[in-house]
Design a protein around this ligand. Structure first.
Ligand code: COA
Length: 322
């Protein structure tokens, strides 16, 4: 059996930045409250008409450049997103067409903020079972399109963006293990209004906007991410000191700090982008990874713990020798 290893990373952020002060002019909040409770200073917002497919393509091209491969070398595309450009076809198929390739498997996985970790876990299995040799794994979301801009408890949290990696078959790990979980009973704590079952544009379905009981989500996230750290280390027979970098989902700085504390990792070994990006949903982990690879913090051979938690609830992790 082969392993899968990360050959290159890439990301894309829309040009427009939205500051906390701009949001404070729209809803009853303040820069101070948002910074203190979430760690977020700003987020990016995609331009009108700029969707997930376009952002995903840009991130994918950067990852392929970093890996030194061309679109024709790719034989699998897995895209984590909750904001596909259309209900169907899958945005992964659109990305495939934008890259000018055809024939390989291309599909979306929907695990909200855990979307990239799910996509990575799935693509890794294709490579390990020798069903693919070189995959594009992307996380991309325009969560700004799913927000009620009058709801101060959600509209301050999210940003738009995309991140991607190229993974390739190798004889050495690479991705040492991946762990995926879900518990659908938590739907009432975090969901998007509106329903295809009611008719996509039915008046009764209401606007497709995020509804969240933030403080309840917070508590479950901290508990669950603590457990997945233990599970990931145990699966690899490693102690927490083996981890060089934590690359967490970027939802709230306080959740990130709790996971770092669990690992007893100092914050200078944790990649934090939530201050600049907000919560970019499926894009958050690969965006953070690419940021720290490109600025030289993460070096080849280091051990990275990637983790995420999101609507579903879904959660997951991957332990990677970079
Ligand atoms: N500005 C000012 N006050 C706000 C506010 C805002 N943007 N949003 C909420 N508040 C208020 C609430 O109305 C509440 O007021 P009250 O005490 O008068 O009722 C008070 O702040 C406390 O609300 P609470 O929800 O308990 O705050 P919190 O400390 O839990 O922070 C979140 C709220 C949303 C920032 C936090 O719970 C969180 O980040 N949760 C996780 C969300 C998440 O990660 N979601 C995605 C999962 S991937």
């Amino acid at each position: 059996m082969k392993y899968a290893s990360i050959k290159g990373t890439g990301s894309y952020l829309p040009e427009k930045i939205v500051t906390n002060d701009e949001l404070a002019a729209m809803v009853d909040t303040s820069d101070e409250w948002i910074r203190e409770r979430t760690g977020i200073h700003q987020r990016h917002r995609s331009a009108d008409g700029e969707g997930t497919g376009q952002m995903a393509e840009a991130a994918a091209r950067h990852a392929m450049d970093a890996a030194g491969v061309s679109p024709e070398d790719i034989d699998l595309i897995v895209l984590g997103t909750t904001t596909p450009d259309r209900v169907y076809p899958a945005t992964a198929c659109q990305v495939q067409a934008r890259l000018g390739i055809a024939g390989c498997a291309a599909f979306d996985v929907q695990a909200v903020c855990s979307g990239f970790i799910y996509a990575l876990g799935v693509a890794e299995k294709f490579i390990r079972t020798e069903s693919a040799t070189r995959a594009l794994v992307i996380g991309a979301d325009v969560h700004s399109r799913l927000l009620d801009w009058a709801d101060r408890s959600t509209c301050i949290l999210f940003g738009d963006g995309a991140g991607a990696v190229v993974i390739e078959a190798s004889d050495e790990p690479g991705i040492m293990s991946s762990h995926l979980h879900a518990d659908g009973r938590y739907e009432p704590l975090l969901y998007v209004d509106g329903s295809v079952a009611d008719g996509y544009d039915a008046q009764s379905a209401g606007p497709a906007v995020t509804r969240m009981q933030g403080n309840e989500v917070f508590k479950v996230a901290v508990r669950t991410l603590g457990r997945i750290v233990d599970e990931t280390l145990a699966a690899n027979g490693l102690k927490r000191q083996a981890v060089d970098w934590l690359i967490p989902h970027q939802a709230n700085l306080r959740i990130i700090q709790a996971t770092a504390k669990k690992l007893r990792l100092p914050m200078d070994r944790v990649v934090v982008t939530v201050d600049k990006h907000g919560n970019t949903s499926a894009a958050s982990v690969p965006l953070a990874l690419d940021t720290a690879v490109r600025d030289g913090r993460i070096k080849r051979g280091e051990i990275l713990l990637l983790e995420a938690f999101g609507g579903g609830f879904t959660w997951g992790s991957a332990l990677v020798r970079f």
